[in-house]
Design a binder for this molecule. Structure first.
Ligand code: ZN
Length: 266
């Protein structure tokens, strides 16, 4: 175990993290609900969480969908303004999402694995990424696995049919009891296998398989940098724990990385 002595993120902590990231060959990031919360989306778990208030969704949600897809779609389409979907449709990417996308453009962060379904990484311009729990704006064919934007799909008849193969379509958001789509798992496995540094932001990384991709990097001797408001189960494994909001810490990290790069180049 490596010591995590930082209680909050001073400029010196940010500088150390920037140095570590610039020394890495292949950096990936794992993000979670904390980043969404900073964009005004209520979390599922914890105090004030939607599931804490209303109870967890059924553990067999996927099986219920398969048993009656028409009914499941009718419910889904009539819930656009409820307490889950309204904040999702109003949310905007925050400076943390934009900073991560910027690190992507700079070639510093090669791949983002997100547990968030809110589409905000994409809206911030993130290119190389896997939405391991799906994306609420997308619809996925359970037969051929293709994903479509909602506006590409004809909802006149429910359940909607895949424009490509005619297969049964479901919201891309992964339900309880539903396997994580294999294309996402493959992308995550390939990228975490290459990584020698993982930035964990806005997640305590306790939900598998997402957490496993970050832990694997550390277990192979790679570095781990955490950006979290609170200490997490990962903290003891981290080389550097940056204590604070992603929207505050990640832009500082970008500035430090850009400055150091210039310094190194000169
Ligand atoms: Zn299809």
């Amino acid at each position: 175990m490596k010591p995590a002595d930082q209680k909050f993120a001073t400029d010196a902590h940010i500088e150390r993290a920037a140095e570590l990231i610039l020394d890495a060959e292949y950096t990936i990031a794992l993000t979670g609900a904390g980043m969404s919360v900073e964009s005004g989306i209520p979390p599922f778990r914890g105090p004030g969480g939607l599931w804490t208030k209303y109870g967890e969704p059924p553990m067999n949600g996927f099986q219920r969908f398969l048993a009656d897809p028409k009914k499941a779609w009718e419910e889904r389409l009539s819930s656009r303004n409820d307490e889950l979907y309204k904040p999702l449709s109003e949310a905007q990417p925050n400076p943390g999402h934009r900073a991560l996308a910027e690190l992507g453009h700079l070639g510093v962060v090669r791949f983002v694995i997100t547990q968030n379904i809110d589409d905000l990484h994409r809206q911030a311009g993130q290119k190389e990424m896997a939405e391991i729990h799906g994306n609420w704006k997308l619809v996925r064919c359970l037969e051929c696995g293709l994903r479509f934007r909602r506006e590409q799909i004809d909802f006149a008849e429910l359940p909607p049919k895949c424009p490509e193969c005619g297969g049964l379509m479901k919201s891309d958001t992964v339900s309880f009891g539903e396997p994580i789509p294999v294309d996402m798992l493959k992308l995550c496995a390939e990228n975490s296998a290459r990584a020698d540094l993982v930035i964990v932001a806005g997640t305590s990384a306790t939900v598998y398989p997402a957490a496993g991709f970050a832990l694997e990097v550390a277990q192979r001797g790679g570095a781990m940098v955490e950006v979290n408001l609170y200490e997490s189960e990962l903290t003891a494994l981290c080389d550097i724990s940056l204590r604070g909001a992603s929207a505050e810490i990640l832009p500082r990290l970008v500035r430090a990385i850009v400055a150091r790069r210039k310094h190194r180049a000169s």
